[in-house]
Structures are given as C-alpha cells and as structure tokens.
Design a binder for this molecule. Structure first.
Ligand code: MF3
Ligand code: CO
Length: 250
C-alpha cells in the first residue's frame, strides 16, 4: 500500500478543486425538481465544470459514460444519467461528482430530495449525512483508519440501517482513487495510524434494508438487493495538525 502524503501546497490545490466540485453539486441541487431528467443534471454539471476550466474525473474512467453519477432511490451508487429517467415527486437522488484542476482531483456526493419525500426517506438521508459528520470527526491525527468506519457503523446500525460493504471510500490526490481504501465499518483502534497530509474521500452508503448490493447489466448501476432505499454522502477531507479540513465543504 502506497499512501501519498500531501504538502500544504497540495492541500491548497485540493481545496480549490473541491470548491469547484461543491459549486457543481450546488448547481445540481438547484435543478433536482420533478420533471428533470438525470441526463439534464449531467449537462448542468458538465457546463458548470467547464465554466471552472476543470476536467471530469468520471468520464471515461474504466469506460464510465458521463461526468456525473445519478443514483435514484434503490440505486446505491454509479447510476448512469439517462434522458428517459425523469425525476418525480418523492424520489431521492444521490449525485456524485468529481473533477481535476491543477493536477489534483476533487470528489464529493450528496443525496437530494425531489419535491416532498416520505419520512422514511428523510430519516435515511439525515442518518447518512450525520454518519459522514461522525466519520469526518474521526479524521484526527493519532486515530486509526477503522475508527472512521466505526464512526459510521456505530451511528447507523442502532437506527436499524445497514452499511454497504462492497463499495468504500478512498485516498485521493493526483489520482481519484489512491490508497488506502476507507471502509464504512470496522473496529475502533484498528488499522493504520492517521497522519497529517493524508487526504481521504469519505463516502458512507447506507441502506434501509440489506447491505447487499448487485450491479445491473449496464456494468455500473449498483442497486440494493432488496430494492429498498439507499443514501450516499461524500466529502474529501484532509487530516491536519489542526483537525479535519473538509475540502469539499464551501
Ligand atoms: N465517488 C465515486 C468514487 O469515488 C465516483 C466514481 S464513479 C466513476 O468511486 F464513474 F468514476 F467510476
Ligand atoms: Co469517491
């Protein structure tokens, strides 16, 4: 495992690219209304990205065909934008975006409500968002890697939710995916010791029912096995002597 520690200058660049990611997600959020297709969202993201002179981290990544992942309801992650997938009142949609600028990659995701959603969906979204905050709070020098996963797991499992195992967070820097993998479950006090200069994309994926997922025939779209709802939030976070620096939060 090769972990690239970032310099202060690298972290500044990572901050700048992640602020672009945040602005692109803001544009997507404003557009997530009934009647809008997930392809429309991809175009909005593409335009906002280009306005910032950034390049996609997702397009052509292992053949991925869009700049955005749009994961509606039972889709956990990696939903491909489509002209014929039109958002409707009551949907939840995970929007995941990543791009490069100045040689560094930013990556963040949020789950949005479309119109008025059920209390069940709202609670899942809130728990997932809160789990990410707990994961961020665990990103302190001297903690261990699995303290992050434990922070997620120990928040959501008592609420009756399950943690997706088969997709994980990751180190991030000059490449979108660097070591180490960052699980959203684990045992407190285990794993490598967190050091200043490590930068992680933390991305809990939380399900109402089973943690098991399956990938559809398109080779990307990951859905819950029981087709119950899933939510996903992601931030890129730098570990510093002064605590976690949430690079993708404006
Ligand atoms: N945030 C996701 C990840 O870190 C997005 C990757 S989608 C892909 O893995 F299309 F680029 F693969
Ligand atoms: Co990611």
């Amino acid at each position: 495992m090769k972990i690239f520690l970032k310099t202060a200058d690298d972290v500044e660049k990572l901050r700048r690219v992640n602020l672009i990611v945040s602005a692109v997600l803001d544009a997507c959020e404003a557009a997530c209304k009934p009647g809008v297709s997930t392809w429309d969202l991809n175009e909005i993201a593409d335009r906002a990205m280009k306005a910032h002179d950034a390049t996609s981290a997702f397009l052509d990544y292992h053949g991925y065909p869009a700049v955005l992942c749009t994961s509606v309801n039972e889709v956990v992650v990696h939903g491909i934008p489509r002209r014929d997938l039109v958002l409707k009142d009551g949907d939840i949609i995970g929007v995941d975006f990543g791009c490069f600028k100045e040689g560094f990659c930013g990556d963040s995701a949020r789950t949005f409500a479309v119109g008025k959603i059920s209390e069940e969906a709202r609670k899942l979204m809130d728990a997932t968002k809160q789990a990410l905050e707990h994961a961020i709070a665990a990103c302190v020098v001297g903690n261990r890697l699995q303290d992050i996963g434990w922070a997620v797991q120990s928040h959501v499992e008592p609420l009756g939710y399950s943690v997706v195992r088969s997709f994980v967070g990751h180190g991030i820097g000059r490449a979108m995916h660097e070591d180490p993998p960052v699980q959203n479950y684990g045992s407190p006090g285990k794993g490598l010791r967190l050091k200043p200069g490590m930068v992680f994309a933390l991305e809990p994926m939380i399900n109402i029912g089973t943690f098991e997922v399956e990938v559809l025939a398109d080779g990307w779209t990951a859905v819950t096995k029981d087709r119950k709802l899933s939510a996903h939030f992601e931030h890129s976070v730098a570990i510093t002597e002064n605590g976690p620096f949430v690079l993708s939060r404006a």
